[in-house]
Design a protein around this ligand. Structure first.
Ligand SMILES: Cc1ncc(COP(=O)(O)O)c(C=O)c1O
Length: 408
C-alpha cells in the first residue's frame, strides 16, 4: 500500500538532519540540537496544571480567560486593540495555529514568502495546503533583509509573507526599519502577514521585539501566532494561539475545530496563571537566557567556531565554521556527535534559496542553549576534550583513539 501514499506525505520524508538525530540518540549525546528547555518549568505554573487535573478539567475546553489576558497584553506591549471574544483562536501550540492560518488563507498555487534561512515547519504546512513557498534570502553575516531581493520576490500570486522574529535559527530580531519595508510591501501588494512570535519575550541587550501588526496599516492583514512553549518552558503542553481580525480568526477557528477541536484542557487552565506572571518573571527570563547565551558563545569561540552574528533574541546561536577547517556542516556535526557526544543541527536544513554565496548553506551549525547548567557544562567539557585531541576539524567522524575516548 506504500505506493498509495500521498504525494504530499512523500515530501515530508525524514531529512538527513533527522538521521543525525538518531545517531545522537544512539550515542546518548548531550542535546544542543533541539529547541526545548531541559530545565524545570516554573513551579507555580506546574501547580496550576496539577490542580486542573485534580479538579477533573478533562474534557474539550475553550478557556476564554486566556483570550481576555492576551487582549490586555497585546494592548500593553504593542498598543493593539483586539476583541477577546472574536479575535483569538486557542490552538495546540504555535504549530497548529500556523497550520490552521495557512489552511484558512492559501489556495492551490498561492505563493508565500519565507525569509531564508527558515524554521522548517512553515514549508510543509504551505505545501500541504498546495501553496508554493518562495524563499527570500537574508544576507549574512547579520542576516539583513535585502529590500531589493525582497521586493523582487513578489508576484501576482503572492498571498502572504511569513515573519518569524526573534528568528530561528539565526537569533536575529528584525529592526523597525526592516519591519517597515515588510509592512509597506504587504500593503502595496495587498497580502497577508503571518507572524511567529514564540520568542517574543526572549531578547537580549538593547534589542526589542516589535510586532509587525503594530505598524500602521498592518493589523487588518496580520495573523499573529505565538504560544506558551518557549516563554514558560512548556513545549510539551501544546498551548498556542492565533490572533487576527474577527473574520479571519473565525476561518482559522473553524479549521482548528476540525483539526484538533481544542487545546489540552488542564494546560489551558495553567495558561491563565502563566500569562499573568509578574514582571520579575520576564526580567529573570531574559537575565537567565543572557547568561546561557554568553556561556555558549564563549564555549563555541573557545572551540574555534566563528560567531559572526551574536544572537539578539531566541534560544539559538548560528555559529559559522572557519573556512580553513574545510569541513561541511554535516561533516562537522557528525564528527561532533561521534567524537564529542554533543548534538547540534547542521545549518543546511534551514536554507533553500539560491544565493550569491551557495557555500554559505554548508557553513553554519545551530546550537540551542535553552539547556540546564549541567547540560551546558557537560557539552563544554566534551567539546574541550575534542578540541584538545585536535580532532575537531576531521571529517567523517574519523577521530583518533584519544578523541574516541571522549565519546560516552
Ligand atoms: C520559530 C518557532 N516557531 C514555533 C515553534 C514551535 O512552537 P509550538 O511549540 O508552540 O508549536 C518553534 C519550536 O522550536 C520555533 O522555533
Amino acid at each position: 500500500m506504500e505506493a498509495k501514499l500521498s504525494e504530499a506525505s512523500r515530501r515530508v520524508a525524514p531529512s538527513p538532519i533527522q538521521q543525525l538525530s538518531h545517531l545522537a540518540q544512539r550515542v546518548d549525546a548531550v542535546n544542543l540540537a533541539e529547541g526545548f528547555p531541559d530545565f524545570s518549568a516554573p513551579a507555580h505554573i506546574k501547580a496550576a496544571a496539577a490542580a486542573a487535573i485534580a479538579a477533573d478539567l478533562n474534557q474539550y475546553r475553550h478557556v476564554q480567560g486566556i483570550c481576555d489576558i492576551l487582549a490586555r497584553t497585546m494592548k500593553r506591549d504593542h498598543g493593539l486593540v483586539v476583541d477577546p471574544l472574536t479575535d483569538f483562536v486557542i490552538c495546540c501550540g504555535q504549530s497548529e495555529a500556523f497550520a490552521a492560518a495557512i489552511f484558512a488563507i492559501i489556495d492551490r498555487g498561492d505563493e508565500v514568502l519565507l525569509f531564508d534561512p527558515v524554521f522548517e515547519t512553515y514549508q510543509t504546512c504551505i505545501e500541504l495546503a498546495r501553496g508554493v513557498p518562495v524563499y527570500v534570502p537574508l544576507d549574512p553575516p547579520s542576516w539583513t533583509l535585502n529590500e531589493d531581493k525582497f521586493l523582487k520576490s513578489f508576484t501576482n500570486r503572492t498571498k502572504a509573507v511569513v515573519l518569524n522574529s526573534p528568528h530561528n535559527p539565526t537569533g536575529k530580531v528584525f529592526s523597525k526599519e526592516e519591519l517597515l519595508v515588510i509592512a509597506q510591501a504587504c500593503q502595496k501588494m495587498d497580502c497577508f502577514a503571518i507572524t511567529d512570535e514564540v520568542y517574543e519575550y526572549i531578547t537580549y541587550d538593547e534589542n526589542k521585539h516589535i510586532s509587525l501588526a503594530s505598524l500602521p496599516g498592518m493589523q487588518d492583514r496580520t495573523i499573529i501566532t505565538s504560544s506558551l512553549s518557549k516563554t514558560y518552558s512548556v513545549t510539551g503542553w501544546r498551548i498556542g494561539w492565533a490572533c487576527a481580525p474577527a473574520s479571519i480568526a473565525s476561518a482559522i477557528r473553524n479549521i482548528h475545530v476540525k483539526l484538533t477541536d481544542s487545546a489540552p484542557a488542564p494546560f489551558q487552565e495553567a495558561a491563565l496563571i502563566a500569562l499573568t506572571s509578574p514582571p520579575d518573571f520576564y526580567t529573570s527570563l531574559k537575565k537567565d537566557y543572557t547568561e546561557r547565551r554568553d556561556f555558549i558563545l564563549k564555549m563555541l569561540t573557545d572551540f574555534g567556531l566563528r560567531i559572526s552574528f551574536k544572537p539578539q533574541g531566541s534560544i539559538f546561536v548560528f555559529a559559522e565554521l572557519p573556512r580553513s577547517w574545510n569541513l561541511s556542516d554535516m561533516d562537522f556535526v557528525t564528527n561532533l556527535i561521534t567524537n564529542a557526544g554533543v548534538a547540534a543541527v547542521p545549518g543546511c536544513g534551514f536554507f533553500h534559496s539560491s544565493t550569491d554565496d551557495p557555500s554559505c548553506h554548508h557553513r553554519y551549525v545551530r546550537f540551542a542553549f535553552c539547556k540546564s547548567d549541567n547540560t551546558l557544562n557537560a557539552a563544554a567539557q566534551r567539546m574541550r576534550k575534542l578540541a584538545d585531541s585536535d580532532a575537531r576539524m576531521r571529517p567523517d567522524g574519523q577521530a583518533d583513539q584519544t578523541a574516541s575516548a571522549t565519546s560516552p
